[in-house]
Design a protein around this ligand. Structure first.
Ligand SMILES: [Zn+2]
Length: 267
């Protein structure tokens, strides 16, 4: 079984337009249409069974509409897609919103410091992550450089994660992009080995076998999750890259599915 822990989709009405905009903003190609059908095609092509979809609430007022869309995905595509909810650190009543997310049956929330214009060690995120821990919800955050914001200070760096960890500990905190996009060497020297998960979204193409192996050794294969970041990477291509690293069957199985099954409570 293969689980892709980090993908993005948009409502059909706005998907193609949104992908075109984001693709232009970041100067990166898209490997899928951004629609559900596009993601399912890419999953089938790569032999991926289940994908986690991660919505980004870029402004507090989007909370309701994004929650509704995410609920619809979970109802309609239950066997293949698991959508997390999204929340913004400037949302009012974070406790109430996190409780609602739990009551609606979501397994986790997505945070994106760069798109949300807020540093990861901000009080809003600390409250969200504390609530996630209390409610047993997974919290996934973008981490490291975001290609859409080339001239801005990076909002979630390994050093800021260390500061966050002084305030809140959550064993189901997932840092995307192997802990920090374009800063994986720094991850090795700082947060590798902490009690949190790292996903492989987007970065596999830029990560050598040597660097990946070092990270697995230092962080533990039990805390790494296979993820593509589709449509911003090719799911099939990323599966092939991970297989090319020559990891043991046991380690591969943990990264491709076992760790994700444990987090998502899949038997
Ligand atoms: Zn992403």
């Amino acid at each position: 079984m293969i689980i892709d822990f980090h993908t993005h989709i948009f409502p059909d009405k706005i998907a193609r337009r949104t992908i075109e905009h984001l693709s232009g903003k970041g100067g990166i190609p898209a490997y899928s249409t951004g629609e559900v059908s596009g993601l399912l095609e890419r999953m089938n092509e790569a032999g991926v069974d289940i994908a986690v979809t991660l919505p980004v609430v870029t402004a507090p007022h989007q909370f309701d509409s994004i929650t509704k869309f995410a609920c619809e995905i979970n109802e309609r595509y239950r066997s293949r897609l698991i959508s997390f909810a999204g929340i913004h650190p400037a949302c009012e009543d974070i406790k109430g919103k996190m409780r609602l997310i739990k009551e609606l049956g979501f397994l986790g929330v997505k945070l994106h410091p760069d798109y949300q214009g807020t540093f990861i060690d901000d009080e809003g995120y600390i409250e969200i992550i504390k609530e996630a821990e209390r409610l047993d919800l997974i919290a996934v955050t973008h981490s490291g450089v975001d290609v859409g914001f080339p001239d801005e200070e990076v909002k979630c760096t390994p050093r800021r994660i260390l500061r966050l960890l002084e305030r809140v500990r959550h064993p189901k905190l997932v840092l995307a992009h192997l802990g920090a996009n374009e800063m994986v060497e720094e991850v090795l020297d700082t947060i590798a080995g902490e009690d949190l998960y790292l996903d492989t979204a987007y970065v596999l193409r830029a990560t050598s076998k040597e660097l990946f192996t070092k990270l697995v050794e230092k962080h533990s294969a039990d805390k790494i999750l296979f993820a593509s970041d589709s449509p911003w990477s090719s799911i099939k291509g990323d599966v092939e890259i991970l297989r090319s690293y020559g990891l043991s069957r046991e380690v591969e199985e943990k990264i491709f599915s076992k760790n994700a099954k444990r987090l998502l409570k899949i038997q």
